[in-house]
Design a protein around this ligand. Structure first.
Ligand SMILES: [Zn+2]
Ligand SMILES: [Zn+2]
Length: 390
């Protein structure tokens, strides 16, 4: 792999940042120490930045020395952790109980910091590179908040790119698709309303448990019978709560779940059909439902030209055979989608699997693969240089 020597020489230093960050995981828009850590590095390298977006988020920039082109590219890394307890036992394990970098955002941040450091010293390009350090990716919509607070109005960014480590791909491989990458993520609540009573006198009650059972089964046929079989979509009911005694039929059953889709039309169709199905079944049984639908992240859809461009850069770096250009979209979600709704760009997976890194994202034994750091940085550097040479 032709990683630049000068980037390989940064490996030890970058590993140190990555492990420092791993030790201090912070969650959802309260990543104060992590944000300070990033700012301290930028100050140390004399790199300009503006903070305060979504409180802990920030944007740094480097102008090239080769002219005054208005062309610009934005690279984004997320830096929040997850509310879960780490089960690893190495020295750099989480020192914040109940919080863990189990999605590798410590690595994404370190790769972007590596790119800042390298490009500050090697700014022989014509244009401006923006480095977006984003908080609250894991369900807090930090990306959306930064945009709503004016990030993309305050700075003129032509195209946006992001990398996410991917434990399903071998170390240093890339995966991208010129289209859907991640699903829209919505949540819903169905409160099934019956009429409780004695478990031994069911003829005098409207049993919400029986209604809920029928709803749970029936909503699964929305995907197979209502949406098109070639359109990817998913409904999971993940919460079922009712009852407190063996001999009492409860008044209500609380159901909760998630819907994943790629098209706005399908998203709306499922939302309406969930309500119709639940209400129809409940009313046929003498009950009713309260339905609450909570739209979350939109789907992450890569634009075509920029994805082909990014995959060419990756191919030149790691070889054609190590870049999957028609990677299967994931039913997971990602708030980089808000950036891609505003600007052309691409979100890429970068493989991290090797002998010691087989754990999946969001699991207690996960750790970011430090051997990925120079590969990620070299990709960012090549992407920037190729972008300005375009
Ligand atoms: Zn995650
Ligand atoms: Zn993540």
């Amino acid at each position: 792999m032709p990683i630049l020597n000068s980037i390989n020489q940064m490996q030890k230093e970058m590993q140190e940042w990555r492990r420092d960050l791993h030790k201090i995981p912070e969650i959802g828009l309260k990543e104060y120490k992590t944000s300070s850590y990033i700012k301290d590095k930028l100050k140390g390298w004399d790199v300009e930045f503006k903070g305060g977006y979504a409180d802990t988020g920030l944007i740094a920039w480097i102008k090239g020395s080769k002219g005054d082109s208005k062309k610009s590219i934005g690279l984004r890394a997320d830096f929040d952790a997850l509310p879960m307890s780490e089960k690893n036992n190495f020295d750099h394990k989480s020192s914040n109980e109940g919080m863990m970098h189990a999605c590798g955002h410590d690595g994404h941040t370190s790769m972007l910091l590596g790119a800042v450091k390298y490009l500050k010293e090697n700014n022989d390009f014509n244009g401006t590179v923006y480095f977006i350090f984003q908080p609250g990716e894991e369900g807090f919509g930090g990306g959306e908040i930064m945009i709503n607070e004016g990030l993309l109005n305050d700075f003129n960014i032509d195209e946006v790119y992001a990398l996410h480590n991917w434990p399903e791909l071998p170390l240093g491989h890339f995966g991208v698709s010129a289209g859907p990458m991640m699903a829209a993520v919505d949540e819903f609540d169905i409160i099934v309303k019956g009429k409780g009573g004695h478990a031994a006198i069911p003829d005098l009650v409207v049993d919400p448990v029986i209604i809920a059972a029928q709803i749970i089964n029936a909503v699964q046929t929305i995907i197979s019978r209502v949406t098109s079989p070639i359109d990817k979509a998913l409904i999971s009911i993940t919460k079922v709560h009712a009852g407190s005694a063996y001999n009492v039929i409860d008044d209500e059953v609380f159901l909760g779940g998630t819907v994943r889709t790629f098209k706005e039309k399908t998203r709306l169709l499922i939302q309406n059909k969930l309500l119709d199905t639940a209400k129809g079944i409940a009313q046929a049984n003498g009950g009713d439902v309260e339905f609450i639908y909570k739209p979350g992240y939109p789907p992450t859809i890569n634009s075509k030209d920029e994805s082909i461009f990014a995959s060419e850069v990756a191919k030149n770096l790691v070889g054609d055979e190590n870049v999957v250009t028609d990677v299967e979209p994931s039913m997971g979600g990602e708030d980089f989608s808000y950036f891609l709704n505003k600007k052309p760009g691409s979100y890429l997976y970068i493989g991290q699997k090797d002998e010691n890194h087989k754990a999946h994202l969001h699991t207690t034994k996960y750790d970011f693969n430090d051997n990925l750091l120079p590969i990620g940085v070299n990709f960012w550097v090549d992407l920037v240089k190729s972008f300005f040479a375009k």
